[in-house]
Design a protein around this ligand. Structure first.
Ligand code: DHB
Ligand code: FE
Length: 279
């Protein structure tokens, strides 16, 4: 059966992709951020997964506010990086792990989830940026992907508890998937940020640091928090962090933190990552 080789939580801020495009990775503004990902990238290179399950939200790029699925799963053969308005992104298309996607969709429906199933769709920075952070800019991606979209854009967003339940189904799907694929799960979004309203620019460094520590082995409080708690602590867009719960729920109750990185300069968001392995 397929095997979960680890779980990653990471920001997916679009300006990270722009910084890579513009060759700014080693500039004073960006170096402290990108340097923190070097061990994570090395971990990925050493672990050699075959498939990345990426949990992210679309940001009005492939779904718009006229039709917003609460949960969606891609079952396509290929996903193109969507043009978010600045022209097509550099980089290869993403190849779909189609069989695992369908297997997961089956398990979801058997478990009384009702996902939107996408045979043809593009992916925005929510998937692109985490892939670039952990796999660089290869000629071809070394993994196939299972994209999972979670609505964190338009209320009502799903509850953290529902995201947790989905992570349990994801684990069951991977561990009952025939073959010997090595699967990494990437929960994306956050950290604290708010892009709108009277709290625009809000960052909560203390809550971000606590999250990066707690998501490993003190996760119950995050699993049990309300959506309003997420918005209050992490900002209206920082509530994207509920997507890390899908990843965390698919791991063992006890995990080992392999890498951790946080960077919150005077910018719009707290940004960082953790790399977890089952203990
Ligand atoms: C921004 C967008 C995001 O999707 C995100 O997760 C963080 C920041 C932004 O536009 O700055
Ligand atoms: Fe986002």
């Amino acid at each position: 059966m397929a095997q979960i080789i680890g779980g990653v939580g990471t920001s997916h801020v679009p300006s990270i992709g722009v910084a890579i495009d513009k060759g700014l990775v080693d500039t004073p503004d960006w170096k402290p951020f990108f340097d923190g990902y070097i061990p994570g990238k090395q971990w990925m290179a050493d672990k050699k997964p075959d498939i990345a399950v990426v949990i992210f939200n679309d940001h009005g790029n492939t779904f718009f506010l006229d039709r917003v699925p609460t949960f969606a799963v891609g079952v396509a053969e290929t996903y193109k990086p969507v043009d978010e308005g600045w022209g097509p992104r550099a980089g290869p298309d993403f190849k779909g792990a189609t069989d695992l996607s369908w297997h997961f969709v089956d398990k979801l429906v058997e478990s009384h989830f009702d996902p939107l199933v996408c045979r043809e769709i593009e992916v925005d920075h929510g998937l692109q940026v985490p892939m670039e952070l952990f796999f660089g800019r290869p000629e071809n991606w070394p993994v196939k992907v299972v994209p999972i979209w979670v609505n964190t854009i338009q209320y009502p967003i799903p509850t953290p508890q529902r995201c947790w339940e989905m992570g349990k189904v994801l684990r069951e799907a991977i561990e009952s998937f025939p073959g010997d694929d090595r699967v990494v799960i990437m929960g994306t979004g956050g950290l604290s940020h708010q892009l709108q309203g009277s709290r625009a620019g809000f960052i909560n460094r203390e809550a971000d640091e606590a999250w990066l520590d707690g998501i490993a082995n003190d996760y119950e409080k995050y699993r049990d928090m309300s959506r309003e708690d997420y918005v209050e602590q992490f900002g209206s867009e920082g509530a994207e962090l509920i997507m890390w719960l899908v990843m965390r729920a698919a791991m063992n109750p006890q995990v080992e933190v392999k890498h951790r990185h946080y960077y919150a300069p005077a910018s719009m968001t707290g940004a960082g990552m953790v790399v977890l392995e089952n203990a």
